[in-house]
Write a protein of this length. Structure first.
Length: 94
């Protein structure tokens, strides 16, 4: 990384630094130490950004699972109602 790039990193917003940390760690395979050196941030900043990202990912996964469970529950209820209605209709004609 050249001097110009280092100066640019000093002026990044907190959110942009977090995005860069996530990109460097997960997409480019950089270590925390390499990220600290490249972005000139403290190890605590790197650790906090990675922890925040993991928590957001976990929350999204939990939300997705809950949504799928709700959809499954709803579809079971609909299937039960249809079966009940069909059975009820059949019993009227017998």
């Amino acid at each position: 990384m050249n001097l110009y790039s280092n100066r640019q990193c000093m002026y990044l917003s907190k959110e942009e630094k977090e995005r860069r940390i996530i990109d460097l760690y997960y997409n480019q395979g950089k270590t925390s130490r390499e990220i600290v050196e490249e972005l000139r941030v403290s190890p605590n900043n790197v650790s906090a950004a990675l922890k925040k990202h993991e928590e957001e990912e976990n929350a999204a996964a939990v939300s997705k699972i809950k949504h799928e469970q709700q959809e499954n529950k709803t579809s079971k209820q609909v299937a039960s109602f249809k079966l009940f209605s069909k059975t009820r209709t059949l019993s009227k004609w017998q």
